[in-house]
Design a protein around this ligand. Structure first.
Ligand code: KG4
Ligand code: ZN
Length: 336
């Protein structure tokens, strides 16, 4: 039997999870609400709240897993990418816990872990087969990744400016919606008309993305309409959100389609916080019907940041005895 404890603290979620023989038996997530009033994550506050949350989160994960901490064989932690102060809390905790219990540590790349969340067993749900393509869309990243093996991944396309999550959150801010605005745009979009307004699709070469032009177009669009009608936002929120979401989703899916054709791959996955978006999930399912793809969409609880994805990634490194040294430090930027 192998038991891996996973720790995630790269941004504003403090999370701990226990994985026993490749199965996730607990996944505790402590959200930080303090950032809402500032309209975005404040790094210094995030690391302080991680310090408060990490011990209770780990304790709860161990209790929920019905194990004793002495049974844990290794600690996997997010080394990067992310906010340095936040990563330091998880990394320091993982190192101390491992030292105190005489067990090894395993470093995990947060973006790889989002993808490896697809290997968390879920009943008889099929797992993607290597090689597959994964569109990884979060608050900080937008990448099309060619996944050749658990830890052999190649980025074949990425954003040149804002991430898809940022595109959602920044446009939500223009609409006076609180942070994080992505889920709210999704909520309003459900009852809106996606064809009500046409926003531009950027012409970016090959498999890369850009969202900054879209953000500017939306800013001017809202400014001009509100000037003509101060109630424009209130009266049309659903249609505006549906139209914005529809454009972000079409930008993402058109590039994914291009990548699938270029690499001749039919197993297609999505991962990261924005993979919780209902427009993206439904759009991908429609695309798949059309193209004959096998699509892999994570469960909601594994879309946004969580330690279960760190624990499952850690389990696959544990099997290879791929351990890190105690002198390891976190990395704000961390290539695959
Ligand atoms: O992966 P994640 O939890 O954290 C990062 O690693 O960045 O992603 C957070 C991002 C935020 O930008 C949030 O607005 C977005 O995911 N997000 C969504 C939805 N749920 C979360 N965006 C659109 N629709 C959603 N339902
Ligand atoms: Zn993430």
């Amino acid at each position: 039997m192998s038991i891996v404890l996973g720790i995630e603290s790269s941004c504003d979620e403090t999370s701990a999870s226990v994985c026993i023989d490749g199965k996730i038996v607990s996944n505790i997530i402590a959200n930080q609400t303090i950032h809402e009033q500032y309209g975005g994550v404040v790094p210094e506050l995030a690391s302080r709240v991680h310090q408060q949350n990490i011990v209770p989160a780990v304790h709860q994960a161990i209790v929920a897993a019905k194990i004793d901490k002495k049974q844990i064989d290794a600690v996997a932690f997010t080394r990067g990418p992310g906010l340095l102060g936040s990563l330091l809390v998880g990394t320091s905790f993982a190192k101390s816990f491992a030292l105190a219990n005489g067990i090894p540590i395993i470093e995990i790349n947060h973006m790889q872990a989002h993808i490896l969340a697809h290997f968390i067993p879920d009943g008889d749900k099929a797992l993607p087969k290597f090689p597959f393509l994964c569109l990884t869309v979060s608050g900080g990243h937008t990448q099309i990744v060619l996944v050749k093996d658990y830890f052999e991944m190649e980025i074949v396309g990425e954003t040149l400016d804002d991430a898809a999550g940022e595109a959602f959150d920044k446009t939500a801010k223009i609409l006076n919606l609180p942070y994080p605005g992505g889920p709210l745009i999704d909520k309003y979009a459900k009852t809106g008309n996606p064809n009500a307004y046409q926003f531009p699709e950027p012409q970016i070469p090959h498999l890369n993305f850009s969202f900054s032009g879209l953000k500017t177009a939306i800013l001017y669009f809202i400014r001009d309409h509100v000037k003509a009608n101060p109630d424009f936002l209130k009266e049309n929120m659903e249609d505006i959100c549906a139209s914005i979401q529809s454009r972000i989703v079409s930008i993402l899916l058109n590039k994914l389609k291009k990548a699938a054709i270029e690499y001749q791959i039919t197993d297609i996955a999505i991962a990261g916080g924005v993979s919780a978006n209902s427009g993206l999930r439904n759009g991908l399912i429609e695309f798949a019907k059309d193209k004959g793809w096998n699509v892999f969409i994570p469960k909601f609880e594994y879309c946004t940041d969580n330690a279960a994805m760190i624990a499952i990634a850690g389990y696959h490194k544990f099997l290879k005895k791929d351990f890190a040294n105690q002198d390891i430090s976190p990395l704000a930027r961390m290539p695959f």
